[in-house]
Design a protein around this ligand. Structure first.
Ligand code: SF4
Length: 180
């Protein structure tokens, strides 16, 4: 594969997976010349009209309708979709809200919490609507490659990208998905 075009996005996550990619430090000097990073938070990409990509990468779970739309658009535009990190792979810490009804959750956070006075649940058409549950990416769009970890190690991220550069769908060795 020649200089694959790569698009990345973070959804319901903390940016830590992208930071772990950047933690490859000097190894980035080997990886970056081999790829074309077209649309990514790293390139200050702020809209979601993705261009065609060989590889799409999602960090974060899907917890609202905007994130769902972004995941679907990226899936449509890329050949291989990679889930980076436990939030994208399993839902991660975001799923702590899944046993609470969305209406109750919003009421508690914005109206009923002990520190709130005269609160109101935000209500604007500009705000994304929460889904009833936060879901891992593969429950809503097809995922081809899983890179678990919170965050995945820089080594695991580099390994998965290198395998893709060699034309292989990466399967991470046990040492990269086992955490002591
Ligand atoms: S997997 Fe961990 S590091 Fe990655 S977005 Fe989720 S919380 Fe952040």
């Amino acid at each position: 594969m020649e200089r694959p075009r790569i698009a990345t996005v973070w959804l319901e996550g903390c940016a830590g997976c992208h930071m772990s990619f950047l933690d490859n430090d000097e190894a980035l000097l080997e990886i970056l010349p081999q790829i074309e990073l077209i649309d990514s938070p790293i390139t200050d990409f702020k809209h979601f009209d993705f261009r065609d990509a060989d590889v799409g990468i999602i960090e974060g779970a899907i917890g609202n309708d905007e994130q769902l739309e972004i995941a679907r658009r990226l899936r449509q535009r890329c050949n291989i979709l990679v889930a980076w990190g436990d939030c994208a792979v399993f839902g991660g810490i975001n799923t702590l809200r899944n046993n609470i009804a969305t209406r109750d959750l919003l009421s508690y956070c914005y109206v009923d919490s002990p520190s709130t006075v005269n609160g109101a649940v935000p209500d604007s058409t500009e705000l994304p609507k929460l889904l009833e549950k936060v879901l891992p990416v593969n429950q809503l769009v097809k995922v081809d490659v899983y890179v678990p970890g919170c965050p995945p190690s820089a080594e695991a991220i580099a390994y998965s990208l290198t395998e893709i550069l060699k034309g292989r769908i990466p399967v991470l060795p046990g040492s990269m998905i086992h955490f002591d």
